[in-house]
Design a protein around this ligand. Sequence first.
Ligand code: PGA
Length: 255
Amino acid sequence: MSADRPRPLVAGNWKMHGLKSSVQVLHALAVGYPPELKAKVDLLVCPPATLIHAFALQAHGSDIAIGAQDAHAEASGAYTGNVSAEMLADLGATHVIVGHSERRAYHRETDAEVRAKAEAARRAGLTAIVCVGETREERESERALDVVRAQMRGSVPEGMDASRLMIAYEPVWAIGTGLTPTPADVAEVHTLIREEAGTLVGAAEQGRVRILYGGSVKPANAKELLAVENVDGALVGGASLVATDFLGIARAYLD
Ligand code: PGA
């Protein structure tokens, strides 16, 4: 890893899982995150909004960051049921995932909406993790690169601070399926994302944008996926709910 490359990050997306009692998982993560691991990799946990405050309190002093899974584009207003980026920051979140494929699919979020949410993250001082990725049909028809390029251009605002912007490449067909792309396919897409990031944040800063891979990352495949060029970490769903699995992924950076 060259000097100007970002520190790796392993992020957990808990999706709609977890109750108050789940703070014990955070305790286990803190215990399993000793100085030698901290020296190699940052950790982020994104629980449901209901748990952000409790997790932020529990994580205090552990060097584990807490993030959210979505934010409304507006700071406040008549938007029943929604939560703003400012509210998430107020609870102790430092990061927010935007444009996850489950939100694009089930909530019909468009690139323009995702971009507005990333702008809201910037406004609130949160790091935005913008998700992109092709469907199985798009991969099979060899349109993966075109789809990801279009999502990058449509979903990521220009002029973001590179240190406050992450892109997560999550092929939709790899999420929760146990399937993963080949390292060569991951490298190809991440290289494209790095290039596109350059046009958005400037060539001098593009190396500072963290590009995460997500989709069926497990302790057993983490080493291979995280070693791929331009992969600066992982966005982990299912395996992030179990402390030993999540730490097992992070420990791929130990040797
Ligand atoms: P998975 O989910 O690790 O369970 O495949 C990844 C994600 O949706 O972020």
